[in-house]
Write a protein that binds this ligand. Structure first.
Ligand SMILES: Cc1cc2nc3c(=O)[nH]c(=O)nc-3n(C[C@H](O)[C@H](O)[C@H](O)COP(=O)(O)O)c2cc1C
Length: 235
């Protein structure tokens, strides 16, 4: 696999399992990442655009997208970004990580484990498809995919893809785990040891929220009492 982005670890877990099943040939370009708001995380889109010439040189391009429920037309957005080079695309279910709006929470433990187990059982077939270099689209679009990707997604990106609502509660122990863990290096600590989101390049992955050991990171009012995605799927 040439590229993996994972916010809270779901996509990394799938990437590790899939890599155990296929050794990519040099002329392939494989990628794994999560679906955000029925499209691509902005950091993924930026990476792919930056590396488009390398990707276009590959003889077989495949993508596996992890999602909590459904992807809308994220695969079509991806194919557009890849200038039509996508040969095979799969979506697999993993535990939900989006918790920032009312009604959205992490999955119950049993649901989370069921999703991971079902995904694990699909991976050998996905790996065989890739090894045979088949052209394939095997994704879960869900209902009203066009509205989700072309109406709700732009609204989400405009109003909710921001780090300005993050804060830590008084229980913060200043352990710096969020600072060190942010994949975009978008979190720092000021002189008073307050955690500060830099408003630079947050991609909305919520790693800071889910990985905080003390569970003191909040996003506005709606993450209060929401769960964290901290499952160990290998147990
Ligand atoms: C900002 C954000 C937006 C999301 N949007 C969707 C979505 O549109 N559809 C979906 O099924 N899951 C959505 N999810 C859930 C993630 O795609 C899913 O939990 C994924 O496996 C997370 O992978 P990761 O742990 O590698 O970041 C979203 C999660 C986040 C944080």
């Amino acid at each position: 696999m040439k590229y993996c982005f994972s916010g809270t670890g779901n996509s990394q877990w799938v990437a590790d399992k899939l890599e155990g099943l296929i050794a990519d040939k040099e002329d392939m370009f494989g990628m794994i990442f999560p679906v955000y708001a029925w499209g691509l995380p902005k950091v993924v889109e930026a990476y792919l655009k930056e590396h488009i010439e390398d990707i276009k040189r590959a003889n077989y391009v495949y993508a596996v997208m992890t999602c909590g429920d459904d992807i809308g037309y994220a695969d079509k957005i991806l194919n557009d970004v890849l200038e039509g080079k996508l040969d095979a695309v799969f979506s697999v279910h993993m535990p939900n990580t989006y918790v920032c709006l009312p009604g959205f929470d992490v999955d119950k433990d049993e649901v989370a484990h069921r999703k991971a187990k079902e995904t694990l059982s699909r991976l050998p077939e996905i790996a065989e498809t890739i090894k045979r270099r088949e052209k394939k689209t095997d994704v879960c679009r869900g209902g009203m995919p066009w509205i989700k990707t072309h109406v709700l997604r732009p609204l989400f990106n405009k109003y909710l893809l921001t780090d300005k609502y993050f804060f830590t509660t008084k229980a913060c122990t200043h352990c710096k785990k969020c600072v060190k863990g942010c994949p975009l290096e978008n979190i720092t600590m000021d002189e008073q040891r307050n955690v500060v989101w830099k408003h630079e390049n947050c991609t909305g992955c919520l790693r800071c929220f889910h990985r905080c050991k003390e569970n003191v990171i909040q996003f506005g009012r709606f993450t209060k009492n929401k769960g964290q995605n901290i499952h160990d799927f290998d147990r």
